[in-house]
Design a protein around this ligand. Structure first.
Ligand code: ATP
Ligand code: MG
Length: 365
């Protein structure tokens, strides 16, 4: 691992839209960290805009540089055209595949402030399977000869291998969160109980695919290492319902790709904005972090994107590379700015610019 280095090489892939505004904000924060840790940054191309210019959404050079020269990477955001564009496929999906980044780790944490005084506190971690489910994109369309009407099909893949390794990330994360929580006074914790993993599925309807997912993740729980972790299950529809009414009922939540995508956008709404939530794409050999939000074309280029999701993503990157103290100082600086509430972007009720929020967080470091 990178954990004993004093200089880290980080690949930067700002990509599209507000990705180009929030990635530099994350870099500025990393550069202003106190302490001996230094960074080399390598700028790398990818994205829809790059595809329009060059015909390539994910240049080979980007993947090779990540594999051979980088300790980890910060990704910005990618535009997904709403209809099929010939020859284009999402570079983030490509990178997940090429680097085998099989789990997507998405913390949703609310920070109490004057702006959100009546918001229910949230501190949950969603683990989204990152390689299969409906995202294998095996679709086909036919015409029904009898009616001449079209019929479309999508194949959903669930494997024991992918489900197991994703399950392990969930249980390991539950133990890690429990260790970190010990330093927080009990009355300040959102989650006060034993570590818990909630398995999301819909095996009452999809008994074969979701059945395999559920059984495989449950089997991970039998490992002696996880004997102190509680396990429960939630059907995906009731997961959404309960998450809105009682988000504090969840610690770690693990879900197949599609359900994970949907519930993590829902969790972002619960904590106040897509502009606040980071994510990490993790594999056995590499980690690439990115904000959960997309390229937000509606606000791109206006210096009003919330940089906090990208800045927290830089924290997650350090956490996963083995630098928890540096990560914590980033999280604390962000929390302090949210708590004060005077320098925030419009999505969370403020009037400040991307640059002003970045500067305010920098000052807290
Ligand atoms: P994409 O196709 O890239 O996903 P999108 O239109 O789905 O683009 P998202 O980025 O997912 O856009 O954003 C959804 C909404 O949330 C938009 O209205 C956007 O302005 C807002 N939003 C997303 N990220 C941020 C941010 N960092 N700061 C402020 N608002 C944001
Ligand atoms: Mg989107």
């Amino acid at each position: 691992t990178a954990a004993n280095k004093t200089k880290l090489t980080i690949g930067l892939i700002p990509a599209d839209g507000i990705g180009k505004e929030v990635t530099p904000a994350a870099v500025a924060i990393l550069e202003s960290l106190k302490g001996p840790l230094q960074f080399d940054f390598i700028n790398l191309d990818a994205g829809f805009e790059h595809f329009q210019k060059t015909g390539k959404a994910l240049p080979e050079k980007t993947v090779e540089t990540l594999e051979n020269a980088c300790d980890g990477a910060l990704f910005g955001a990618v535009s997904s055209p709403s209809h099929r564009v010939e020859g284009y496929s999402s570079p983030i999906v490509g990178m997940r595949k090429r680097l085998d980044l099989y789990a997507n780790v998405r913390p949703a944490i609310s920070v109490p402030s004057a702006q959100n005084a009546n918001q229910t506190p949230v501190d949950m971690l969603i683990i989204r399977e990152n390689t299969e489910c409906l995202y294998i994109k095996q679709e086909k369309i036919e015409t029904d000869p009898a009616s001449s009407l079209k019929v479309a099909y999508a194949t959903r893949k669930i494997s024991e291998h992918a489900s197991r390794r994703c399950g392990k990330v969930a249980f390991e994360s539950a133990l890690k969160r429990d260790r970190l929580r010990q330093s927080v006074p009990l009355n300040q914790r959102v989650w006060k109980g034993k570590p818990k993993v909630t398995i999301v599925h819909k095996s009452n309807v999809l008994s074969i695919t979701d059945g395999l997912w559920r059984e495989t993740v449950r089997a991970v729980a039998n490992d002696e290492k996880y004997k102190n972790v509680d396990v429960n299950e939630q059907l995906v529809d009731s997961m959404v319902y309960r998450m809105y009414l009682e988000p504090q009922a969840f610690d770690v939540v693990v879900a197949p790709n599609m359900y994970g995508d949907i519930i993590s956008d829902g969790a972002a709404a619960l904590v106040g904005s897509l502009g606040l939530v980071p994510s990490a794409n993790v594999g056995d050999k590499f980690v690439l972090t990115e904000p959960v939000h997309g390229s937000a074309p509606d606000i791109a280029g206006q210096n009003k994107a919330n940089p906090i999701a990208a800045i927290r993503s830089a924290g997650l990157l350090l956490e996963h590379l083995g630098y928890p103290d540096e990560a914590l100082s980033i999280y604390n600086a962000v929390d302090a700015v949210i708590k004060e509430g005077s320098v925030l972007t419009p999505d969370v009720g403020g009037r400040a610019t991307t640059d002003q929020v970045t500067k305010a967080i920098m000052d807290k470091l």
